[in-house]
Write a protein of this length. Structure first.
Length: 491
């Protein structure tokens, strides 16, 4: 007989608890006694997305340390095996919204610690108040045999260290005034499942010719305080998060420092709109990431009604990106008035051979500040490039002097007015230039660096540009070297 959801939850959270006290020496026992708690259980197939194991913290805890392991039995071909994520909520509870959130490491770590003055990356240092805490388990996939697990919690008692002062990166640094600035808004460090420290990523970003980046750790904002020294390298760091739900990932770009965005819901729950509003209220942009990715839970299922932009190009160019580009273009063809969704490109850097800044978004902004960069991204005054070697100039003009650039609208009283479209590209030798309108591909120029084309607002609602490497599998187009947001002519 099938188990009910309540029965599955009860079975998943059933644990055996053993408590022992241990210390290295008698002197250590007097100053820093420890207690070890072991939690065991089994998560069955079909368990809820998140299982919360209660952990009662007594007074006087100076350090909390957690480690875990779980069985990984063999499974039949094509059947996912066990994969378990982990996080922590304090005595303020596990309610949606994250008031009690103290950290998340997903499946990137098998142990973590918290103290008042320090914590494992992905977790938040701070007071270890007595009360009922919860270890959060996220069974990403569960084998048919179930997932037996064992969690070891070590509590060290003693006087806490003074809290470390909180510092955030500045929201404005010296720039070039109104100019094109290069950035990568999807990067992972050791604060989630990346391999590099923030300091190392700063060096990689500068080497890639970037002016700004955005912190985008999976389901945690712990890294926001780790980038305060980036301004010394003339790099603007926006604080954000990659909100990794079970039915799609979304980037919160440029939120107020210290902003946490909850991820514990699916599209069917009807809760995404609440958190999209929270991102905007914190000054950030809502940007669905890799919307057509094929990994479990990665494809975007929430729709685009709340999106401020969409990540069309994610990392090295793949068929997923080709589908995302086509779907985004289809949305442009149905756009009305000023409602359209800009497209962005990011590296989704985790580890080598990923490349920070490969690809990158180049945005026209009034200065190198959080406010100006976000305004440019939101308006779509941006193009994508595979590296800082590639630059694009793309304009539309009329004989009467009307002018529009990338992401802008050409203002013309007469829809029959002839419009001259100009495209110029540097750093993409041997590539094909392409112009696309609401009617599809209208012009190609193989192995070119410039082209011109004439149209009218009546004939073309918009025009956008692509720069493609030579085709590898004709008649399919080659990988992108760059693409632009549209110049709007007739909408």
């Amino acid at each position: 007989m099938a188990l009910s959801r309540r029965a599955l939850l009860a079975q998943a959270t059933a644990t055996a608890t053993a408590v022992t006290a241990s210390s290295g020496t008698a002197a250590a026992a007097e100053t820093e006694p420890t207690t070890t708690v072991t939690l065991r259980g089994t998560i069955p197939p079909g368990a809820p997305d998140f299982v919360y194991l209660p952990l009662d913290l007594p007074p006087g805890v100076r350090e909390l340390r957690v480690s875990y392991r779980y069985d990984k039995p063999a499974t039949p071909p094509g059947t996912p095996g066990n994969a378990l994520d982990m996080g922590l909520f304090d005595q303020r509870g596990t309610a949606l919204g994250g008031r009690g959130f103290r950290g998340w490491s997903g499946g990137a770590r098998s142990e973590f610690f918290l103290r008042t003055d320090d914590a494992t990356p992905g977790y938040l240092p701070g007071p270890l108040e007595p009360g009922r805490w919860h270890i959060a388990l996220g069974p990403y996939t569960v084998a048919p045999q179930g997932m037996p697990y064992e969690i070891t919690v070590t509590l060290t008692f003693g006087e806490p260290q003074p809290a470390t002062p909180v510092r955030y990166p500045p929201e404005r640094i010296a720039g070039r005034g109104r100019a094109w600035y290069r950035g990568d808004c999807h990067i992972h460090s050791v604060h989630s499942d990346g391999r590099r420290t923030p300091a190392e990523i700063i060096g990689l970003a500068r080497a890639a010719g970037l002016d700004f980046i955005n912190t985008s750790e999976h389901n945690t904002h712990s890294s926001h305080t780790a980038w305060a020294d980036a301004a010394a390298e003339n790099l603007l760091v926006l604080t954000g998060e990659e909100v990794t739900t079970r039915t799609g990932h979304v980037l919160a770009i440029g939120t107020d420092p210290g902003t946490f965005v909850d991820w514990r819901y699916r599209a069917r729950d009807g809760r995404f709109e609440r958190f999209a509003r929270a991102v905007r209220q914190a000054g950030g942009l809502v940007v669905p990431a890799h919307p057509h990715a094929t990994c479990i839970g990665c494809a975007w299922k929430f729709g685009f009604g709340e999106a401020d932009a969409v990540e069309v190009w994610n990392g090295a160019w793949t068929p997923d990106d080709e589908v995302a580009l086509a779907a985004w273009d289809a949305g442009l063809r149905g756009a009305q008035g000023d409602r359209w969704i800009p497209a962005l490109a990011h590296s989704d850097y985790h580890r080598d051979p990923d490349r920070v800044g490969g690809p990158q978004t180049v945005v026209l902004a009034d200065d190198l500040s959080r406010t100006a960069i976000l305004a440019g991204l939101r308006a779509g005054r941006a193009y994508a490039a595979e590296s800082s070697a590639v630059s694009v100039a793309f304009t539309a003009v009329t004989s009467r002097g009307a002018h529009a650039g990338i992401g802008e609208r050409l203002r013309s009283a007469d829809p029959a007015t002839e419009v001259l479209v100009r495209l110029s590209v540097t750093g993409a030798q041997g590539c094909e230039l392409r112009l696309i309108t609401d009617q599809g591909l209208v012009l190609t120029a193989p192995a070119a660096t410039t082209l011109e084309w004439r149209t009218t607002p009546t004939r073309s609602a918009y025009v956008r540009a692509e720069v493609r490497h030579p085709a590898q599998l004709p008649p399919l187009p080659g990988p992108l070297a760059a693409f632009t947001n549209p110049i709007r002519l007739g909408f």
